[in-house]
Design a binder for this molecule. Structure first.
Ligand code: 6GU
Length: 310
C-alpha cells in the first residue's frame, strides 16, 4: 500500500546531474522537497573499480562501440537494494560473499528494478498504474550502445521502453516513468490523479477546451460551451472526443468501451496496445487509456516470471 512519504525511487545513471532539472521543478520538485516522495539519484561510476572510473568495455566478439559492464551494474544494484554505501559492494564478485541480496540475482526477491531500454515493454498508462502500486522502484538508465546481457538476465525485473525511437540513453525515459508513476500515487503531490484519471477511463482522447478571451484574432469559441446547457455541453464533448480519437488514434477507439461502474468506480477493459499513430494532442487527465492496455501480455510476462518484490 502506497501513501505519502512512503514511495522511494532510486535512479542509477552515469549522468546524475541530468535529473537536477526534472527533480527540482514543478509538482515533482515540490513533492520531493516536501518529503512526499523519496527520489535518490546515484552515479553509476561510484561502483567503477578502476582509476578511470570506467563503466564500459569493448564487446566480446568485436564490433564498434562499447558495452556497459555487468559487474558495475550488479555492484550498484546490490548497494541500492540493500541500502549499502558504494564501497561495500564495489568490486565484490557475485560469488565472493554473503550479501543479503546475492539470492536476488537471477530471480530472488528484490525491489522492482526497471531497466530503461528501447527493447523493453512499451510504457503505457496501464504499466504506470502497475508501478505506482510499488513501495520501491529502482530505475536503471542504460546507454543505447549496449549493456552486458547479464544485466538484463540477473538484475532487471522489468525492461521498459518509452516509444519506438532511439534515445542516447535511458535518462529521458526514466524521467517519463517517474512523472507518470508519481502522479498516480494517492496522496502524493497533493493530487488524487488516479481517481481523476479513472473517471476518464473511456479510452478516448480529450475533447477540445477553451478559456478567455472569447475571441482571438477572429477565432471564437463553440457556442454550445457558453449555452449553460450542461447536458448539451457533455454531449458535445463526448462527440468531439470520439471524433478526435477516430481521426488520430483509431487504435484506441477500437478497444475503448463504455465505462462500467464497479464498487471502486469506473472500470474499463481493453485489448493490447498498438504502437505508433500520429501525435495525439490532449490534456493529461482527460486522455485516458484503458486498463490492461498492454498486458498482462505474453513476452513481457515471461520476463517478469522470476521477479518478486520484497
Ligand atoms: Cl528506455 N532508452 C533508449 N535509449 N531509447 C529509447 C528508450 C529507452 N525508449 C525509447 N527509446
Amino acid at each position: 500500500m502506497s501513501g505519502a512519504g512512503t514511495v522511494r525511487i532510486d535512479v542509477l545513471t552515469i549522468f546524475p546531474r541530468w535529473f537536477e532539472g526534472p527533480l527540482t521543478t514543478s509538482l515533482l520538485g515540490r513533492g520531493i522537497a516536501e518529503g512526499e516522495l523519496d527520489v535518490r539519484v546515484h552515479d553509476l561510476r561510484e561502483w567503477a573499480t578502476d582509476r578511470h572510473r570506467s563503466v564500459d568495455a569493448a564487446p566480446y566478439g568485436g564490433g564498434a562501440g562499447m558495452v556497459m559492464r555487468a559487474d558495475v551494474w550488479i555492484d550498484a544494484c546490490e548497494a541500492v537494494w540493500n541500502d549499502l554505501p558504494a564501497g561495500e559492494t564495489r568490486g565484490r564478485t557475485v560469488a565472493g560473499g554473503p550479501l543479503p541480496s546475492d539470492q536476488a540475482l537471477a530471480g530472488g526477491p528484490r525491489p522492482r528494478t526497471v531497466l530503461l531500454t528501447p527493447r523493453g515493454r512499451p510504457f503505457t498508462q496501464s504499466l504506470a498504474r502497475e508501478l505506482a502500486a510499488e513501495r520501491r522502484l529502482v530505475l536503471l538508465c542504460g546507454r543505447y550502445e549496449g549493456i552486458d546481457e547479464r544485466v538484463h538476465d540477473l538484475v532487471a525485473t522489468d525492461e521498459v521502453s518509452v516509444g519506438d525511437y532511439v534515445l542516447f540513453g535511458g535518462e529521458v525515459a526514466a524521467a517519463a516513468v517517474i512523472e507518470a508513476v508519481t502522479r498516480l500515487i494517492p496522496g502524493v503531490l497533493g493530487n488524487d490523479a488516479s481517481s481523476a484519471e479513472e473517471s476518464f477511463s473511456s479510452g478516448l482522447l480529450e475533447y477540445p477546451q477553451y478559456t478567455r478571451p472569447a475571441e482571438i484574432r477572429g477565432h471564437g469559441v463553440p457556442a454550445v460551451l457558453a449555452s449553460g446547457d450542461h447536458g448539451a455541453v457533455a454531449r458535445w464533448r463526448r462527440a468531439q472526443a470520439e471524433a478526435l480519437t477516430a481521426r488520430r488514434r483509431p487504435d484506441l477507439l477500437a478497444r475503448s468501451v463504455q465505462p462500467v461502474m464497479t464498487a471502486d468506480g469506473p472500470d474499463v477493459a481493453g485489448g493490447p496496445d498498438a504502437a505508433g499513430g500520429p501525435d495525439a494532442a490532449g490534456g493529461e487527465d482527460s486522455v485516458a487509456f484503458p486498463d490492461n492496455a498492454d498486458g498482462p501480455g505474453g513476452a513481457w510476462d515471461a520476463d517478469r516470471a522470476s521477479a518478486q518484490d520484497d
